[in-house]
Structure formats: structure tokens, C-alpha cells
Design a protein around this ligand. Structure first.
Ligand SMILES: Cc1cc2nc3c(=O)[nH]c(=O)nc-3n(C[C@H](O)[C@H](O)[C@H](O)COP(=O)(O)OP(=O)(O)OC[C@H]3O[C@@H](n4cnc5c(N)ncnc54)[C@H](O)[C@@H]3O)c2cc1C
Length: 500
């Protein structure tokens, strides 16, 4: 039996991000992954929202993604593009980059951090008690961990074996997605009809003036909505041909698929993200239609919310109850994503009345205030954790300000590269004594002359001091002479007597 502090089931985007967060904190973490390597059959996610780029920037790895992807205005609601180029943020755009590349880059980072992988095997079951979790693998191996995190996708074995309910709504649509060769290639692009949305594209593309321009060569990607909902069998070339003929009157001589898969708008969320020593993150905790491109982005951000909390609990600096804040903060975020995707699916139906509703929504979204609100929601920039009343920054993402420090100019996000909390003192230098937390929280004396601005909310009063959590959210705003900071430090980063 091999022991790790944390075992992660599933090395997709969520599991990889979580492993990186734990490894940065010095936690012994291992990933069990079914696939023999990081190669991904199928296309799945097509990019990153700006809030995910911020998270990656906070770890110093955004450039790896930016170097390979294509910045573009990708936020949208029910097919209405929402421009965020005027948002007061470092990355006022999304990034077109396919999931196979996102996973490859994340896996490279995680490997640099020394995370152990157990590849080509499944987690097949587990038992948990007060001291830990005993995890069984398909090759007969057993691993023990203090905690097990199910990042094993929508059909999560971990969720099912933990007995966590997955309530929600059955699918109302079903589509096949495939990469194939065609004897005759039709016009590439999206088509809508009474059945739904269909389209042809190519693996390689460029974004020119905000529009996708496919390369002339290479395999063709097909998406075609099926007539019936509810198929449970593995999709075949025969199914694809049949679905194409139903929509286009021909299958264009489809052959040589590299993958064929099916997706639906099934919408479900785990009733709880934690049961004892077992936690869920990513698709194992929430599934929904791909419309709006939220799944991968939400999973990566679940991982960043959970990582530092789990690390502190494992290291003994924080009580186990800190993990309850993971559910408290991320379950509402997931529920909102579910609601959004359902609204979008409803609005993209093709009957005349839904078309009229969509046009009315598009008119609303052309107005500045609704555009900003929906764009912030759709790109994850308006997330607000309920940390009580106070300054507008409290519970919101910390802006990436250009600071002046004793060591010269420094961006706020650079302070978070090691996933350590930061107390930013913008008042009198040296006015801050947090000695009991000195091993856990960095204190930075800095100056900032610019305005403080948040997406949608706009300008906010300049604070004298801000406590930033490792996930980039603001835990406290105030004046260092005010009481209360010690309580907040203890809540988030452990009691004064704990050792980091
Ligand atoms: C057509 C389509 C388009 C999409 N477009 C977007 C988009 O544009 N933007 C976006 O953000 N999201 C998009 N998504 C959603 C996105 O692909 C998922 O949300 C994302 O992959 C979830 O990541 P995850 O790591 O939580 O789960 P997964 O990616 O499903 O990873 C789970 C991992 O666990 C492994 N695994 C499963 N069971 C076990 C087991 N028992 N033991 C060991 N390993 C196991 C699997 O092999 C896999 O590697 C799209 C999805 C589809 C289908």
C-alpha cells in the first residue's frame, strides 16, 4: 500500500490544476488517471475565459497558454458576442485554445512540480474512516490518502461510490461530435434548423477580426444534432452518417473518423462537494451543456479554490472545517453556471417564438450595462464569495495592479506565484505586525497611485490594506490599526499558534 497526503482521481484539467496547487504548497499529491498519457480523444473545450487566464497568471504560467492560443472576444450569451475589451483587467479577452493543448501545457507544469502520476489505471473504489481514505485501483494496487478528490469527470465513480446525490435535469438535446474525412467537403460553418445547431469546421483555424477562419486542409470536425434524445449506446460511423443525412440530405461520404462522441445538455450538480474525506471538483461536481464554454473553466477554478484550503488542512495549520468553505463558495458558482447554460439552451431553440425571445435578449445585451453584467458573468469576472458586508473588494477577485515596492515595480499577481496569501500594505510602510502568521502570510509594503476599478462595479475607494487569499480573492480590506485582522487571519490561515 502506497501512501500520499492527497489522492486525486482523474488527471483532466481539474485534477491537473488541483495537483499543481497542492504541489506548490509542498503537499504529497498523486493523480490516478485512466488514460495512458495526456492525449485526448475528441475536441471538447475550445478555450479559456479571462478569469481563468487570471488564475494562470497568478501562478506565473499564463504566458505558456497565451503563446499557443489566440486571444479573442469569446464571451457570449445565447450566441450574442459580448465584448470585454473595455474591462479594467490585464487580459480583457478570452483565449482560443483546444483542450488537448490546455491539458498538455497543464500536465507539463504539474510534472515540473514533481507530482506523481499513476497512469493507465482506474480508481475502482474506496473506503474512508476518521483517519483517511483507502483507494483501490484497477490493477489491484491500493493507495492511502488523508483525502481523496474526485476529478473524474461527469460519470464520476468517486461521486457515485461516496453516495453523493446528483440532482438536476435530463437532456433536451443530443448531438454527435466527430473528427472525420469527407469525400466532399461542404461549406464550413454553423447552420441552424428546426432540429437544432449543426456545423463543420477544421482542427486548425485562425481568429481574424474576431471571426474563425479555418485552414484549407486537415481533418474536418462535424457537429450534428440528433433527432432523438436519450441514446446510451456508443456512437458509430453509422449513427453519424444517419444524422448527417437527416439534416443535410447527404453524409458527404464521411469516413475515417479519429473520434466520434456524443454530448447533451444534461444539467446536474452534486448535492454536496464534500463528504467526509472525499471531495468533488470539476465535471464530477457539475455537468451542463457546453454552450458558453464554462465546464473546463469552472473546474479549473474549483481546483484553485480548493487547493490552498486542502493544503492547509493536510499540513495541520487549519482545521478540517476550512474545507466546508469550498462547498459554501463553489456550489453557488456552479449553480449559477447551470442556470446560465439552461437559459442559453432554451434561447437557442429554433422556433419562431424562441427566435423572437432571442432577438429581444440580443437587443438588451446591446445596451452597455447589460452587456457588461452578462460579459462579466460569462467570463467569470463577477464571482463574489459571501465574506460579509464591507468594502466592495471583499470576496471579489483582486485586481492585478502595478505596484511600486522596495524591490521595484511589481504586479499583484506576481505575489501569488507560490500560492501564498499576501497582506498588501499600501499605507505607512512597516505599520503591520502579523508575527504569528509570518511563516504563512507574506507582508508587502507597496505604493499604488492609480485608480481601483472592478469590472461592472467600476471605481471603488482605495483601501489602505488588503489581505489576498492564494486564489486571488480578497479576504479582508481595512486599516492595519483596526481590530479584526487577526480574526480573519485565523479564519483563513490557521490559529496564531499553528505552524506553517
Ligand atoms: C463538445 C464539448 C465542448 C466543450 N467546450 C467547452 C469550452 O469551450 N469551454 C469549457 O470550459 N468547457 C467546455 N467543455 C467542457 C469541458 O470539456 C469539461 O468541462 C472539462 O473537460 C472538465 O474537466 P474535468 O477535469 O473536470 O473532467 P474531465 O475532462 O472529464 O477529466 C476527467 C479525467 O478523469 C479520468 N477518469 C475518469 N474516471 C476515472 C477513474 N475511475 N479513475 C481514474 N481516472 C478516471 C478521465 O480519463 C479524465 O482524464 C466542452 C465539452 C464538450 C463535450
Amino acid at each position: 500500500m502506497t501512501q500520499h497526503a492527497v489522492v486525486i482521481a482523474g488527471g483532466g484539467p481539474t485534477g491537473l490544476m488541483l495537483a499543481g496547487e497542492l504541489a506548490l504548497a509542498g503537499v504529497d499529491v498523486a493523480i490516478v488517471e485512466r488514460r495512458p498519457n495526456q492525449e485526448l480523444a475528441g475536441w471538447r473545450a475550445g478555450g479559456l475565459h479571462s478569469s481563468t487566464l487570471e488564475v494562470l497568471d497568478q501562478r506565473g504560467i499564463a504566458d505558456r497558454f497565451l503563446a499557443e492560443g489566440q486571444p479573442a472576444q469569446v464571451a457570449g450569451f445565447a450566441s450574442v458576442r459580448l465584448d470585454i475589451s473595455d474591462f479594467p483587467i490585464r487580459h480583457p479577452y478570452g483565449l482560443g485554445l483546444r483542450q488537448n493543448h490546455i491539458e498538455r501545457i497543464l500536465a507539463g507544469w504539474v510534472e515540473e512540480l514533481g507530482v506523481q502520476f499513476y497512469r493507465a489505471r482506474d480508481v475502482t473504489g474506496f473506503t474512508q474512516d476518521d483517519t483517511g481514505v483507502d483507494v483501490q485501483l484497477s490493477n489491484g494496487q491500493r493507495l492511502t490518502g488523508e483525502y481523496l478528490v474526485g476529478c473524474d469527470g461527469g460519470r464520476s465513480l468517486v461521486r457515485k461510490a461516496a453516495g453523493i446525490e446528483f440532482p438536476g435535469w435530463d437532456p433536451t438535446m443530443s448531438a454527435l461530435i466527430a473528427e472525420v474525412e469527407l469525400a466532399t467537403v461542404p461549406e464550413l460553418g454553423i447552420r441552424h434548423d428546426a432540429l437544432g445547431t449543426h456545423g463543420f469546421g477544421r482542427r486548425e483555424y485562425e481568429i481574424v477580426d474576431g471571426k474563425i477562419v479555418y485552414k484549407d486542409v486537415g481533418p474536418v470536425g462535424v457537429m450534428v444534432t440528433e433527432r432523438a434524445v436519450g441514446a446510451t449506446d456508443e456512437p458509430t460511423l453509422g449513427h453519424l452518417s444517419e444524422a448527417l443525412i437527416a439534416v443535410y440530405g447527404t453524409d458527404y461520404g464521411v469516413h475515417s473518423p479519429t473520434f466520434i462522441s456524443r454530448f447533451t445538455d444534461m444539467t446536474r450538480q452534486a448535492a454536496t462537494y464534500r463528504k467526509g474525506r472525499v471531495l468533488l471538483a470539476g465535471d464530477s461536481a457539475h455537468v451542463h451543456s457546453p454552450i458558453g464554454g464554462h465546464g473546463l473553466n469552472t473546474g479549473v477554478q474549483d481546483a484553485v479554490n480548493l487547493g490552498w484550503k486542502l493544503a492547509q488542512v493536510v499540513k495541520g495549520t487549519s482545521p478540517d472545517s476550512l474545507l466546508d468553505t469550498y462547498h459554501a463558495e463553489r456550489h453557488p458558482v456552479g449553480a449559477r453556471v447551470l442556470r446560465n447554460t439552461m437559459a442559453q439552451v432554451a434561447l437557442t431553440r429554433q422556433d419562431e417564438r424562441t427566435k423572437a425571445a432571442r432577438e429581444a435578449v440580443a437587443e438588451l445585451l446591446a445596451m452597455d450595462e447589460p452587456r457588461k453584467r452578462f460579459a462579466a458573468m460569462m467570463s467569470g469576472l463577477d464571482i463574489h464569495y459571501d465574506l460579509g458586508e464591507g468594502h466592495p473588494l471583499l470576496g471579489r477577485r483582486m485586481p492585478d495592479l502595478d505596484l511600486v515596492t522596495a524591490n521595484g515595480p511589481q504586479r499583484v499577481f506576481t505575489l501569488l506565484h507560490d500560492a501564498r496569501p499576501a497582506l498588501l500594505n499600501l499605507g505607512e510602510p512597516g505599520g503591520c505586525d502579523i508575527t504569528p502568521w509570518a511563516d504563512r502570510v507574506q507582508v508587502i509594503d507597496a505604493q499604488y497611485a492609480g485608480t481601483w476599478e472592478l469590472p461592472v462595479i467600476g471605481a471603488v475607494p482605495a483601501p489602505t490594506a488588503v489581505l489576498i487569499r492564494p486564489d486571488g480573492y480578497v479576504a479582508w480590506v481595512g486599516d492595519l490599526t483596526q481590530p479584526g485582522l487577526a480574526d480573519v487571519l485565523a479564519t483563513w490561515f490557521g490559529s496564531p499558534t499553528a505552524r506553517g
